[in-house]
Design a protein around this ligand. Structure first.
Ligand SMILES: [Zn+2]
Ligand SMILES: [Zn+2]
Length: 414
């Protein structure tokens, strides 16, 4: 006897639970180029058919070809005391390692070398792994996370700031590596715009449509799957245990935030850069560096001030306010709070700018006792604080903000 699923009025096959606010709604069928947003929190849910996977992989392969050139060829060159000196990404990192700043060098390498390399290789792994029947789940989960840490755009701004800083001492020329680096950044931006990890999940691990009641629909925070769990309580798509909220979200977020606040004190009080000019040593903290930059170029000083002071401080204040509001079960300003969380997620990466500028300056201005630029002890504290604030946002389950709300499923009231 053939059994067919009967759709009763209270079960639906198109229900979707939002991973950011827990709101349940009917997911529409999307046409090419259309994007679906959560009606409650405006989070992006899905996008209609966009670029093919083959085209995405071609772009990733092209990125891999450009990477060695972008990293090793000179980005900028200067004429200093009769000598031509080049600065490349790898040279800057090596300079940091030679001076014993291994942790800071690792942070810069992580954001500009390790994560983009892993990102491009992961996409190609999907292509090969699918043919060989390999497990693609960890790679699909990683692709989504890696995007947060790739900072090509910020590094490019860092190159411009370094060039303006060095302009006082020497003539500057653009190197060949710059062309490769700009192309690499543009390819990456194009890839991020057209890459929809949700669609890749649907392509590699398609799930049958189930007729479910609204209270049966669960959401996987890791792969954003909406539906019921398997018999082991796991997400049927990514095989991670499905829990109503991210476990220990508040504890982890608080731990990272408090550590970041503690680290911001030495980061701002100790010198971040040291310049030797004709044997005389000049120590600069983040703030004094900005003040001296402001005397020559106010717009650039504003950029560095925003990235190095305004962004980390405001991010810490916003996160503190959000965490306290969750504990106080605050119901007001929900719309503002969710916007603030998204804003700190977006701007947080920009704080790495100062470290990128320093790594470039170190490889450019290195003429021993005559004129040299080295990194101060604050750099490692500053970099660690930035990483910790990014993790604090990453670990905060945004659905906790909505829990205080009366029903958790109502539309905005403010
Ligand atoms: Zn939502
Ligand atoms: Zn999942």
């Amino acid at each position: 006897m053939k059994i067919t699923a009967i759709r009763t009025p209270d079960t639906y096959t198109d229900l979707h639970r939002c991973a950011e606010c827990d709101h349940i709604f009917h997911r529409p069928v999307l046409k090419s180029g259309q994007t679906a947003y959560c009606p409650c929190c405006r989070a992006k849910i899905a996008r209609g058919q966009d670029w093919s996977f083959a085209r995405i992989c071609c772009l990733a392969a092209l990125m891999l070809c450009l990477m060695p050139m972008a990293w090793s060829l000179p980005l900028i060159q200067i004429r200093l005391l009769g000598m031509t000196i080049s600065a490349s990404l790898v040279a800057g990192i090596m300079q940091m390692v030679q001076q014993g700043d291994i942790i800071t060098a690792a942070m810069v390498s992580f954001c500009i070398i390790a994560t983009p390399l892993a990102f491009a290789l992961s996409l190609l792994y999907l292509l090969v792994g699918r043919q060989l029947g390999m497990n693609l789940r960890p790679v699909l989960l990683a692709i989504d996370k890696l995007k947060e840490w790739i900072m090509f755009d910020i590094y490019l701004i860092g190159v411009s700031v370094a060039a303006i800083k060095v302009k006082d001492y020497a003539d500057i020329f653009i190197g060949y590596g710059m062309l490769a680096f700009v192309s690499l950044t543009l390819l990456y931006i194009l890839l991020v715009i057209h890459l929809d990890v949700g669609r890749l999940w649907e392509k590699f691990y398609p799930q049958p449509r189930q007729a479910l009641r609204p209270d049966e629909v669960k959401c996987c925070i890791h792969c954003h799957y909406s539906g019921s769990s398997d018999h082991q309580g796991r997400c049927p798509r990514c095989h991670i245990k499905m829990t109503p909220r991210l476990p220990h979200s508040l504890q982890k977020s608080w731990a990272a935030l408090i550590s970041a606040i503690i680290l911001l004190f030495p980061a701002n009080l100790l010198p971040i850069s040291i310049i030797y000019l004709n044997g005389a040593r000049q120590d600069d903290t983040i703030f004094s560096g900005i003040v001296s930059l402001a005397s020559g170029n106010i717009p650039v000083a504003m950029v560095v001030f925003t990235a190095s002071i305004l962004v980390p401080v405001s991010k810490v204040i916003v996160l503190l306010a959000l965490l306290i509001s969750i504990h106080a079960r605050c119901e007001q300003g929900l719309k503002t709070r969710i916007r603030l969380l998204r804003a700190v997620k977006w701007i947080g990466r920009w704080s790495m700018l100062d470290l990128f500028v320093i790594s470039l300056m170190m490889s450019l201005v290195d003429r021993d006792q005559l004129l040299a630029f080295t990194m101060g002890p604050a750099a490692v504290y500053f970099g660690s604080a930035v990483f910790l604030t990014i993790l604090s946002v990453e670990w905060l389950d945004s659905r906790l903000l909505w829990d205080a709300h009366a029903t958790g499923n109502a539309e905005y009231t403010d």
